[in-house]
Design a protein. Structure first.
Length: 244
């Protein structure tokens, strides 16, 4: 199968998941390509480690502006404006790529990417399945953007969510239940082994607390994730009432 992925950026946990998916599909014998956004902004970028070995893996990477465009940030409410002209450039580039390579499946990783994929499919008049994996639902959308995103994810052939909470959220926003498919975002064996070693080390260093409480953060350490807020909140907890 010839699979083309479309995403905003290869970054964070979603980028790690997508990268693993690309490699897994390639190892299974599929032809795999990905289109992501070229221009980067503070907090929105392609992690070099996710891109570095893709060519060696035999995976084509095309960076085009723009599946996601941080065109302007309004001081009033810090919302993102999407740029239809730059989106059109991705549509044209994707159509050209499909003409030259032939694609059996379009796998998208954001509503704006799905919107582009649906437009490409319509303009080429091809019966290519379009699926989307929802890695998260941003809260910095305008009312109009959220409305458009809900309409888009309701039109793809399959909408994959990696948590039940995401499924409930989309159902509450009116996405048809039959569109949504839940595939849990699990932890691989190597990670579980690492966590087991971590627990053992903590028990050895704190023998008086054989079953210590642990707080694990899965995600990027950055301002947007705001782990600092969690640390500050923990410092204000009454240790006598809630011992760690």
């Amino acid at each position: 199968m010839n699979i083309l992925h479309l995403t905003t950026y290869l970054q964070g946990g979603a980028g790690r998941t997508i990268t693993g998916l690309l490699i897994g599909q390639k190892n299974d014998g599929h032809s795999v390509s990905i289109i992501c956004t070229r221009t980067e902004y503070p907090g929105y970028c392609n992690y070099p480690e996710y891109l570095a070995s893709r060519a060696a893996d035999g995976i084509k990477v095309l960076k085009i502006d723009s599946i996601f465009k941080r065109d302007s940030i309004f001081k009033r409410d810090s919302i993102f404006k999407r740029d239809s002209i730059l989106n059109s450039s991705v549509v044209d580039a994707t159509k050209e790529f499909i003409r030259n390579n032939g694609i059996d499946l379009l796998h998208c990783h954001a509503p704006n990417a799905s919107s582009i994929a649906l437009q490409v499919r319509a303009e080429l008049d091809l019966n290519i399945p379009v699926i989307q994996t929802m890695h998260g639902w941003g809260n910095n959308k305008t009312t109009e953007q959220q409305k458009n995103d809900i309409e888009t994810v309701s039109k793809v052939d399959r909408l994959i969510v990696v948590s039940k909470s995401s499924q409930k959220l989309l159902e509450s926003k009116g996405v048809p239940i039959e569109q949504i498919h839940f595939i849990p975002n699990g932890i691989d064996l190597a990670t579980r082994n690492t966590l087991s070693k971590l627990f053992s080390i903590i028990r050895e260093t704190r023998p008086n607390r054989p079953n210590p409480s642990l707080i694990l953060c899965l995600g990027s350490l950055c301002k947007r994730k705001n782990q600092r807020l969690l640390i500050e909140a923990l410092s204000k907890i009454n240790r006598a009432a809630y011992p760690f």
